[in-house]
Design a protein around this ligand. Structure first.
Ligand code: GTP
Ligand code: MG
Length: 137
């Protein structure tokens, strides 16, 4: 068993998809270890996406991620990182497989409904960024 980290992004929360997405995640075989409804300041969103700071869309990404409430979670499953990225689908929702979370709930490449960690190492870093040790034991 291992873990991944996810955020339901501001577009999906604002459009009322939080419950349906959590349901898809649980039905996909993931156990929710920690869960938080919160909002990111620009500063915190910038820190979270610091790895993308040289990409042309960085400022738009930070503005978008701080534009409204998000839901953050740590999830557990065998092969969690890879299986979760399959469950959410491609970054660009027009290329996401039918049935994936982005195919169902995302509108565009920037407002793409959900984040999933891209490695075990980043899952650990991102989970620790949002949750204290006692919240994720
Ligand atoms: P995350 O799970 O959110 O990390 O998505 P990802 O791993 O599928 O994509 P990546 O880490 O490469 O990019 C992070 C986020 O930046 C994406 O989820 C998009 O919201 C946004 N993004 C990526 N590429 C583009 C782009 O070309 N234009 C814009 N506006 N946003 C982009
Ligand atoms: Mg990524």
């Amino acid at each position: 068993t291992n873990r991944t980290f996810t955020m339901i992004k501001p577009d999906a929360v604002a459009n009322g998809h939080t419950g349906a997405i959590l349901d898809d995640i649980i039905k996909g075989g993931f156990k929710v270890i920690a869960l938080k409804y919160t909002r990111l300041s620009k500063d915190i969103a910038g820190q979270f996406y610091a790895v993308h700071s040289e990409r042309p869309f960085y400022n738009d990404l930070v503005d978008f991620m701080s534009s409204g409430p998000i839901v953050a979670a740590i999830l557990e499953k065998d092969n969690a990182v890879e299986d979760f990225r399959k469950l959410i689908g491609a970054t660009d929702p027009s290329k996401a497989e039918p049935g994936t979370i982005r195919n169902k709930y995302a509108k565009s490449i920037d407002a793409n409904a959900i984040h999933g960690s891209d490695s075990d190492e980043n899952a650990q870093i991102e989970g620790s960024f949002f949750f204290t040790a006692f919240e994720r034991f």
